[in-house]
Design a protein around this ligand. Structure first.
Ligand code: GLN
Ligand code: ZN
Length: 757
């Protein structure tokens, strides 16, 4: 039996990659030093895998920014707008694609969530006339380096069907017509890699979705048979994030690849079918260690699966690995020194997961009762802990009634009741956060470390709020926000105040590029211990006549962006959180806050990958939002914010959330989401983001007026709001302020043109 992981987090235990990248972008670090830092990290990660006793180390998993982008650069599919920077070095070109080019006013590639994870990839673009230039992929050099250093590398690349399905065809380009060109580049790459390794991981997570077009499926077998031959029979066709759906199981088992990898965490139900269909020439890799969560593997349960595969195939033909890349989990539990032992005991991060695989192999090969029993004891102790089951919380959840998920009146009546807010046509607002300067971060950190007193902390944050309100007044925005300076992160902030959550010190996970998040851990029953936001909002409101929005994070987003206990249904955990947020919403209203935004940034990304599972999820997710938001009077305006572009398909569900105003990301995809509004009559108000906050570029007045006029073709003027497409915390004031100036000017111009009509 052989062991492997599908990828190690690139970012580094101390987020070394983040620091290096950001210094490089600021011009404080040379390309050579950046390269050295990366090499050091790679070597370290390989060493960890080898020391853990794994048979392979992964290469090609390390990316400077994003692995989809790595593939795009190899294929050389560079959208025409980047033509002015084709002469740059490949490194500059790479970062231009990733982050846009401010000087040349070129927008970055669009970014979107990787399947149902909180990782964002850069979307390849295929237009009628993109430039295909000769590119390179870091996997080649990295594999050779690993080999030279005495490791046994297993290169990993994203497969052609996944890359092309996720690529976006522009101006009518037929993207699948590029398949042949692409396959020839893959073929060359595989021939090159096959000389340096015994196994090549080629990832087709798209097979776990229903996204692959039927006519394309017809080519799958032929393409993979040829690719496997090019690799000298070394391909591990790698699937993850779900079971192989429908016909895709047949595609995978008839692909003639040497190995098939399946996700046993999200698709264990497929094992019997896979074993039945697997041809004798194919080995099977079971992804048994969860790449997307932080809990120790249940050895007893897992060993059953392994035994089943071994008895069907023989140990020779079985691999065990992580379910997906460990990119989605933090690096090392051993650096956690502040967690209570009863929680730390249950945790397993990337480093520990590597070791778990070796232990599992030993258990399966020679039996190891001591390891099995110890593991079982840890899991039992966790289940029996007092915080795992709190009677009062369970009772309150059981007593939820349908009326609690409904506002008093339907939207048209609520609209009338909200007229007293006196907002102008095309009201302007922002999504919540404002630039988080170095000083603000320092203040929060010093408070956390006990260096400054609570009093000093509160007055420092109040100074920021005051400054932010003054700036918004000066800009002339209509609905203001307090700026979220007290929040390190929109989920962490709430988790810190809710029962049932705990926090790691270093549990960072890459979100996109150099950006990381440190998801909270939900280990027990959740309830609100005290008010969480009221004082800050009231302080902000005391400084202005304009309305200040109360800012909360919604239950689904808190759930999706946390590591969630695996001993209670996610939908149940979500109800517990929703009740806690509902309490806060009602307290805000009581305190006189009449516009309340409940962000559900993650609602779409939490959606399972198949239609049937997605329906079930959307039902309980939307209900949880409604439970959190419906306890207020008609005259209180509920906003929600969602940041993703692939939203059209679920607009009906978004309407069911029953918010009064939604703001959505859209600028990177040039407002194409607006199409949805022609097909679906949405009656409440909408703020499609008019500029992309992920890029430092300052949008012009003309650009924004253009987008607003375009939006007005789809959305009635009474329904349209004007706002950026997400919070501004990652931007500098030098970018945010002029951008918002242009936004307000554009709104005024369009407003004037509308009233003149
Ligand atoms: N209110 C949050 C902010 O502005 C929303 C962030 C998000 O959608 N990711 O930062
Ligand atoms: Zn957002």
């Amino acid at each position: 039996m052989q062991t492997h992981i599908l990828g190690f987090p690139s970012i580094g235990k101390q987020r070394e990659l983040k620091q290096a990248l950001e210094s490089f972008w600021k011009g404080n670090l040379s390309a050579e030093t950046l390269h050295e830092t990366c090499t050091k990290l790679k070597k370290h990660h390989w060493q960890i895998q080898k020391d853990a006793g794994l048979d392979y180390v992964c290469s090609g998993d390390f990316s400077l920014y994003d692995r989809m982008l790595d593939m795009t650069c190899l294929l050389g599919a560079i959208p025409p707008r980047f033509t002015p920077c084709l002469g740059d070095s490949s490194l500059e070109r790479y970062f231009n694609l990733a982050r846009g080019n401010t000087k040349l006013n070129i927008a970055a590639l669009e970014m979107t969530k990787w399947f149902d994870t909180n990782y964002h990839y850069l979307v390849p673009e295929i237009s009628a006339n993109e430039q295909w230039i000769d590119g390179e992929h870091p996997v080649v050099a990295d594999t050779l380096l690993a080999k030279e250093l005495g490791f046994s590398p297993k290169p990993s690349i994203i497969g052609p069907f996944t890359w092309l399905t996720l690529a976006k065809a522009q101006s009518g380009a037929l993207k699948w017509s590029r398949l042949e060109t692409i396959i020839s580049i893959y073929t060359k790459l595989l021939i090159e890699l096959s000389t340096a390794c015994d196994c090549i991981q080629i990832e087709e997570p798209i097979l776990c979705t229903q996204l692959l077009p039927e006519n394309v499926k017809d080519k799958f077998r032929e393409v993979y048979t040829a690719l496997n031959t090019a690799s000298n029979n070394k391909l591990m066709l790698t699937t993850y994030f779900g079971a192989l759906v429908g016909r895709n199981l047949d595609l995978a088992t008839s692909s003639n690849c040497a190995v098939l990898h399946i996700d046993m965490l999200r698709g264990c139900q497929q094992l019997d079918d896979v074993l039945n269909k697997l041809p004798d020439t194919m080995a099977l890799s079971l992804g048994v260690v969860d790449g997307r969560n932080i809990w120790k593997t249940d050895y007893t349960k897992t060993t059953e699966f392994i035994k089943q595969a071994v008895s069907a195939l023989g140990a020779q033909r079985v691999f065990i690995g992580s379910s997906c890349s460990l990119l989605h989990c933090p690096v090392d539990v051993s650096t956690e020194t502040a967690l209570p032992e009863y929680i730390k005991n249950r945790l397993s991060f990337a480093v520990q997961k590597c070791a778990e695989l070796t232990t599992l192999r030993k258990i399966a090969e020679y039996g190891n009762d001591a390891a099995l029993n110890e593991n079982a004891a840890v899991l039992q102790a966790a289940a029996a802990h007092v915080e795992s089951h709190i009677e009062a919380v369970r009772k309150r959840v059981a007593a939820i009634t349908p009326a609690m998920t409904d506002r008093h009146s339907a939207y048209p009546e609520r609209r009338a009741s909200q007229r007293w807010l006196n907002l102008p046509l095309l009201p302007t607002t922002t999504i919540g956060s404002f630039p988080q300067t170095v000083e603000i971060r320092k203040t929060r950190l010093e408070y956390k470390q006990g260096i400054i007193s609570q009093e000093d902390y509160v007055s420092a944050i109040k100074r920021e709020i005051k400054d932010c309100i003054e700036k918004q007044e000066k800009l002339g925005l209509d609905v203001l926000v307090h700026g979220e300076f007290e929040r390190n992160d929109m989920v962490e902030y709430f988790g810190q105040q809710l029962a049932g959550f705990c926090f790691t010190q270093n549990g960072w996970v890459q979100s996109y590029g150099s950006r990381c998040v440190k998801p909270p851990v939900i280990y027990g029953d959740v309830y609100r211990k005290h008010q969480m936001t009221i004082d800050w909002i009231l302080y902000a409101q005391s400084l202005t006549q304009k309305p200040v929005k109360g800012m909360l994070t919604g239950p689904v987003t808190i759930l999706c962006w946390s590591f969630v206990r695996d001993d209670l249904e996610r939908s149940e955990v979500c109800k517990q959180i929703a009740l806690a947020i509902r309490d806060e919403v009602q307290d805000l209203e009581k305190a006189g806050v009449h516009i309340i935004q409940i962000d559900e940034a993650a609602l779409r990304e939490g959606m399972p990958l198949t239609y049937a599972e997605a329906e079930i999820y959307l039902q309980w997710a939307v209900d949880a939002f409604r439970l959190a938001s419906s306890g207020v009077a008609d005259s209180t305006q509920i906003h929600t914010h969602m940041c993703y572009s692939e939203f059209n398909a679920i607009l009906a569900w978004i309407a069911k959330m029953n918010a009064d105003v939604i703001s959505i990301e859209s600028s990177r995809s040039a407002m194409e989401l607006l199409d949805a509004f022609t097909e679906f009559h949405y009656q409440a108000e909408v703020g499609p983001g008019v500029y992309d906050i992920h890029s430092p570029r300052i949008p012009t007045v003309e650009e924004i007026t253009g987008l607003l006029h375009k939006a007005l073709k789809y959305i009635a003027k009474e329904q349209l709001w004007v706002n950026p497409d997400c919070g501004l915390k990652t931007r500098q004031w030098e970018e945010a302020y002029p951008s918002l100036e242009n936004l307000v000017t554009a709104a005024r111009l369009v407003r004037e043109s509308l009233t003149k009509l």
